[in-house]
Design a protein around this ligand. Structure first.
Ligand code: CLF
Ligand code: SF4
Length: 297
């Protein structure tokens, strides 16, 4: 139910399956994989990812042009009436592919104006795009924030690429954290609902995430989603983190509990793919390949 939420916030969350635990039983989301490039390197990336910037087993996402993506959204919306949200979440970083990302949002706003627009980013390029995000009526933005301390960040990010230049080590992590936190503040000042995703990496940032939780709460984030690092071999080689284990279910819950009370914690994330379609945890992407959509038309 609405709980203590102000009406304008409730309007935004009530049928968004990621922002409302309750909504995820009734409403579906879809992702379109229009963003192949990335502007940073995460040690846990294996380039099959999604909003969680994490890996799932299975095939690599089908890459679409903005026009193909818009047709796919129409095809899915006419088949799955509970489809309320369109997210762009990869397979790289949506804001490292701004032309494709915003063209896709523009086409969908024209053809399917009732669908809510959702964006997921690593945040490096966020401050540059906040005004465009607001102009396109993108109501929901997820930023993946794994640290607020560059010393911790240096263990997670080997490099970032910014302003035609590659940065490494602590300098790279400092640039990333500054842009992430400034971008978050700029979004919340404009009334855009922000969720922060954090990947819990035991021995690297597990204790530090309580501090991340405080930092993002104080800058107006609505929801914090702490997800486990997935390091199972069937997910493929994880860049730069060979031998790194993921947290146990118990460790994850203990950290989520330690942060609960500071702000709302998301606990129903399914770490979905960059081309996921359907209810969370349900993957109907195979029903909507470009080939099948052409047959439907
Ligand atoms: Fe997609 Fe992300 Fe939007 Fe949701 S997913 S862009 S906020 S519409 Fe959701 Fe999937 Fe977890 Fe992401 S369950 S990985 S949190
Ligand atoms: Fe991979 Fe995402 Fe990190 Fe880019 S931001 S390196 S796509 S996990």
């Amino acid at each position: 139910g609405q709980g203590d939420l102000p009406p304008e916030i409730w309007e935004k969350v009530k049928n968004h399956p990621c922002y409302s635990e309750e909504a995820h039983h009734h409403y579906a989301r879809m992702h379109v994989a229009v963003a192949p490039a990335c502007n940073i390197q995460c040690n846990y990336c294996n380039r099959k990812y999604d909003c969680a910037n994490e890996s799932r087993p299975g095939v690599v996402s089908e890459r679409l042009t903005p026009e193909q993506a818009a047709r796919k959204v129409l095809a899915v919306a006419s088949t799955i009436p509970q489809m309320t949200v369109l997210g762009i979440a990869g397979p790289g970083d949506p804001l490292a592919n701004p032309a494709k990302t915003f063209k896709t949002f523009e086409l969908i706003a024209q053809t399917a104006p009732d669908i809510k627009l959702c964006l997921s980013t690593n945040g490096l390029a966020l401050p540059d795009h906040v005004d465009t995000i607001a102009r396109y009526n993108i109501d929901h933005v997820t930023i993946t924030i794994n640290m607020v301390d560059p010393e911790v960040g240096a263990k997670i990010y080997p490099w970032v690429f910014w302003n035609h230049q590659r940065y490494t080590g602590v300098e790279a992590a400092r640039l990333l954290t500054e842009h992430q936190l400034r971008g978050l503040e700029m979004l919340t000042e404009r009334g855009i609902l922000c969720k922060v995703n954090s990947v819990m990496i035991p021995g690297v940032n597990d204790h530090h995430l309580v501090e991340v939780n405080r930092a993002v709460k104080s800058r107006g984030a609505f929801l914090h989603n702490i997800m486990p690092l997935i390091s199972a071999p069937e997910h493929g080689t994880v860049f730069g983190l060979t031998g790194q284990r993921g947290p146990t279910a118990h460790e994850l819950k203990a950290l989520q509990d330690a942060c609960e009370g500071e702000m709302n914690m998301m606990r129903h994330c399914r770490q979905c793919r960059a081309d996921a379609v359907g209810l969370l945890g349900e993957d109907r992407s195979a029903e909507f390949t470009t080939e099948k959509i052409m047959e439907m038309e």
